[in-house]
Write a protein that binds this ligand. Sequence first.
Ligand SMILES: [Zn+2]
Length: 422
Amino acid sequence: MCYSPQNWGGKNTKYFKSIVFFNNALISTTSIARIQTYNVTLIHQYSMENFVVSARKYRPVTFDSVVGQKSITNTLKNAIKTEHLAQAFLFCGSRGVGKTTCARILAKTINCFNRTENIEACNECDSCTSFNEGASLNIHELDAASNNSVDDIRNLIDQVRFAPQIGSHKVYIVDEVHMLSTAAFNAFLKTLEEPPAHAIFILATTEKHKIIPTILSRCQIFDFSRIEVEDIAMHLASIAEKEGIKAEEEALHVVAQKADGALRDALSIFDQLVSFSGNNLTYEATIQNLNILDYDYYFKATSSLLKGDIPAILVLLNEIIHNGFDGHLFINGLASHLRNLLVCLDPQTINLLEVGKSIKPKYKEQSQNCTVGFIIKALEICRTCDTEYRASKNKRLLVELSLMQVASIMNSSIAEGEKKNA
Ligand SMILES: [Zn+2]
């Protein structure tokens, strides 16, 4: 809960948004005007001198280097090997999980003259070189978000007729295909049904439910999964190593959690952090920059809540608010923390604990003091607080009351136990 991008909140948010915008759109005077001059100079220097966005620099170029989509890449490799490649694919999944990357790798690999035994592109032949230079005529990308008219599709269909000059296949990638107008969809159907032998269509979408059934039935569908926190953290670690950046494992885990399953987001957060803290990325600096509360607060809070120590939890909340975090962020973070404790309680769910190695024993230890009953009641109270927060006139009191309720769970269950024993 606390790691979803919607809850970024806090004093650093604006700051980061402006920077993301800065990287994507290069220089926009209006956006720069909103950033303090000091920041602009800092980023400006960095981006001009040695800044290559990690997401672009480290975009995987082989099937094996795609992060967290093993089953899909294996299926594609097998299809190439056995020459049973479909002519129309639909790649579904949320943003930043590798759809376009896989589409590009597929295009490069099937056109390679010298594929390795492991069904990867050789990276040396004429076709591979032209792909690497972005000069290959065998790959066409259409962004349906901005080119969604019938004419755009007609242009595409016109090109499809021509066989490739070098290589065997022309690959057409249509990104955000759900944005095509109905008329464009209809114009596309015929070609999709009977494409020439040299054409392969890869349609990518974040919203599968918006694709009409006639398209779905003509495509081989691949569902890309959200990338695991552990996989993202490991990938970031390998990039850090290549870039000569010393990064603490905990810091990378926090970044991975914040990215919520999207590798591209993780990489851009990573870039921003590096541009702020230089070549030494500590957990401390990371949580400060991302406006995340330290794990320690949640461990402390939970231990007070378990003891039923109401004064201690109120003092802790005061400290957190004093440090510039809002109560909503804390309640949601506490809920995630409790959820983590819950999954520690059973060997079957322990793998659902997505935190760094060094912090895992701490979770296991604290979970020993909790009961499932306590955690469920506490989560319920947090959830109610979360939903009522926006409408509340006295937000701080709402959070305090919720915490007092959680702190009373153990007291009341002890009291009940005493009553039974009496
Ligand atoms: Zn090649």
